[in-house]
Design a protein around this ligand. Structure first.
Ligand code: NAD
Length: 481
């Protein structure tokens, strides 16, 4: 039976109205499994009004009480971890083990981390003879949090938790491709009696309900994670009303492998960074640059590993790679592989759809794909594919590695693998990216700044950066004379 989702507005579940419903598909089977309201500007109006009404009480709660509500939600989520993991796996197609070990635990951690941040957030004062200046950090009001489909609950909580912690009220907009766990979280908030209107969710197509949310005059700031194309449109809309905006966008991340790299974790980690979540993580390393002296050995080992990955039913514990998220995305990824061939790339493994037996025969599976023989300026190496597809390029010198790393228009993350820490430090300083890992990948600490440069976005999330984004600094000066 198909799930029937709703919006969460003012503490009430609101079903589809004028906009009707859209079907949500299970990528592993290609079959619909939920009906999601396709929200309208009226739904946005109602959600913003509810959030506005809830703002005075929520922003005036002592920080410890806001934190207590967020911890209650985290506890309730943790108690239902298995249900949420099963839904996330079904909605995105990610292996159940990944949803259970990464996505949902991280959503719980996001809520707890920012609950703690609410109680630790401090501002500055500057004393001078006869004068004291102090800075208030005041919540903005109603803010919009718009999230993508690749890590649905992980990124949704990552955005709204700091907003709530700082005293704002929220209208959230999850991806219409994967709306289920956000809806479940809304139901959980209702169950535990989370203060009505503090946290609202509107569901539906981004171009209609998302755009109406961005444009709403009652929304004071927009925190967006998604594609560069949509992020650019949102930046234009926000510019018209000088609305505060934070944009976490696409990536085309380089992985730099030097011949002196410590071998212990290298192949395991580079393989994960290439194919985890079917390559649908903004941090995935999709351009692998390898020092020529080590190129052949590394390439052969990576290709052998990619071939050995188990692609199949996300509910099977043996599965390492599930489908990609949707039929349009499957078509896009397959089109990118065709383009790579047309550009002269050699497909060393993968390059085709996979048809698992049984219930997943009609799912949208792509074989882990490794391509070589393409230069840095071709579309395959400059455009985001966001699937289980990586390219290999050799280099001879540090300068050449750096030039290749910086050749893409994106600048989210990079990882550098070398035994020479001086080189790692020099490259980390020169690589155009917001995040650089040395001899590791996706090693996250929620206190650190997170975000990209170039086409990967504007602004930083994480720890204090997020708390600052969701507050306005107001300086007060008192003449003590
Ligand atoms: P998307 O841009 O298509 O959609 C993201 C969200 O924006 C969805 O909720 C969508 O409904 C909404 N949206 C679409 N049009 C809108 C509009 N006009 N106004 C307001 N909202 C609108 O992205 P996606 O396909 O869901 O996600 C994949 C992309 O997200 C990739 O490019 C990936 O790199 C990026 N991403 C970036 C990060 C990061 O931290 N930098 C993290 C995860 C994903």
């Amino acid at each position: 039976m198909s799930l029937r989702l709703s919006h969460l507005i003012g503490g009430d579940a609101r079903s589809a109205s004028g906009g009707g419903c859209l079907e949500v598909f299970e990528p592993a089977t290609g079959q619909p499994w939920a009906q999601c309201p396709d929200g309208t500007a009226d739904d946005v109006d109602a959600a913003v009004a509810a959030a506005k009404a809830a703002f005075p009480a929520w922003s005036n709660l002592p920080a410890a009480e806001r934190a207590a509500w967020m911890n209650r939600l985290a506890d309730a989520l943790e108690a239902r971890l298995d249900d949420f993991a099963a839904a996330e796996s079904r909605d995105v197609g990610k292996p159940l083990s990944l949803a259970r070990n990464l996505d949902i635990p991280r959503a719980v951690t996001n809520l707890r981390f920012f609950a703690a941040a609410a109680t630790q957030f401090a501002s500055e004062s500057h004393a001078a003879p006869g004068v004291v200046h102090y800075t208030l950090r005041q919540p903005l009001g109603v803010v919009a949090c718009i999230s993508p489909w690749n890590l649905p609950l992980y990124l949704f909580t990552w955005k709204f938790a700091p907003a709530l912690a700082a005293g704002n009220t929220v209208v959230g907009k999850p991806s219409e491709v994967t709306p289920v766990t956000a809806w479940m979280l809304g139901e959980l908030a209702r169950e535990i009696g989370f203060p009505a209107g503090v946290f609202n969710i509107v569901q539906g197509h981004g171009a209609r309900v998302g755009q109406a949310l961005v444009d709403h005059p009652g929304v004071k700031a927009v925190s967006f994670t998604g594609s560069t194309a949509v992020g650019t449109r949102i930046a234009e809309s926000c510019a018209r009303s000088l609305k505060k905006v934070s944009l976490e966008l696409g990536g085309k991340n380089p992985t730099l492998v030097f011949a002196d790299a410590p071998r212990e974790k290298l192949l395991d980690t580079v393989q994960r960074s290439a194919f985890l979540n079917s390559g649908q993580i903004c941090l995935c390393g999709s351009r692998i640059l390898v020092e020529r002296a080590y190129y052949d050995e590394f390439r052969d080992a990576l290709v052998a590993r990619a071939r050995a990955l188990v692609v199949g039913d996300p509910t099977d514990p043996a599965t390492q790679v599930g489908p990609v998220v949707s039929k349009p995305h499957f078509d896009k990824v397959m089109g990118c592989i065709e383009l790579a061939r047309a550009e002269g790339g050699r497909v060393l493994c993968g390059g085709e759809a996979v048809k698992p037996a049984g219930r997943c025969a009609d799912g949208w599976f792509v074989a882990p794909t490794v391509i070589e023989g393409l230069g840095p300026q071709c579309r395959t190496n400059t455009e985001e594919i966001f699937g289980p597809v990586v390219t290999l390029q050799p280099f001879d010198t540090d300068e050449e590695a750096l030039a290749l790393a910086n050749a893409a228009p994106y600048g989210l993350a990079a990882s550098v693998w070398t035994g020479n820490l001086g080189r790692a430090h020099r490259l980390a300083g020169a690589i155009e990216a917001g995040v650089v890992w040395v001899n590791t990948w996706m090693n996250r600490d929620l206190r650190t700044p997170f975000g990209g440069v170039k086409q990967s976005g504007i602004g930083r999330e994480g720890g204090q950066e997020a708390m600052r984004f969701f507050t306005e600094a107001k300086n007060v000066t008192i003449d003590l004379g």
